[in-house]
Design a protein around this ligand. Structure first.
Ligand code: DQA
Length: 148
């Protein structure tokens, strides 16, 4: 049976391509969606991709993954640094979580150095641009293969 990975993107990531390209690159969210779809296909994973600027919608989508998805790859964007609610929702659904960021948040402003999500994540990938999404999905494929 194909396993589904939910790929979630937080606020302002819909603006990728035109948003601060020196920091986030020139790829659009549609390009990243396609990259995830291709990576999923190559690794036997079904990909469900979602972006929102509304925190409640993200929470609902996280809740919907329980018992249905095999893992969550999330770029929580600014909510990484602010949202106890996003962290609690991720912890509540009891699925493996990988946190991803396009930019190297540790090279940037001090307020980006703390993540509410990282302590409940399997791992964090940052600073590798869209390649981080690919690596995260490949790691899920590896994790799921090694499950009994
Ligand atoms: C980001 C980093 C966050 O600090 C920022 O708020 C974003 C994008 C990244 O992908 O590099 O919106 O998550």
């Amino acid at each position: 049976m194909t396993q589904t990975i939910l790929v979630l993107n937080g606020p302002n990531l819909n603006l990728l391509g035109t948003r601060e390209p020196a920091t986030y690159g020139s790829e659009t969210l549609a390009d990243i969606t396609e990259l995830c779809r291709c990576t999923g296909e190559a690794n036997g994973l079904e990909i469900e991709f979602f972006q929102t600027n509304h925190e409640g919608e993200l929470l609902d989508r996280i809740h919907s993954a329980r018992g249905r998805c095999a893992g969550i790859l999330i770029n929580p964007a600014a909510w990484t640094h602010t949202s106890v609610a996003v962290r609690d929702a991720l912890a509540a659904v009891e699925l493996p979580v990988i946190e991803v960021h396009l930019s190297n948040v540790h090279k940037r402003e001090a307020f980006r150095h703390y993540s509410y999500v990282a302590p409940i994540a399997v791992g964090v990938i940052c600073g590798l641009g869209s390649h981080g999404y690919r690596l995260g999905l490949e790691h899920f494929a590896h994790l799921l293969k090694s499950r009994p």
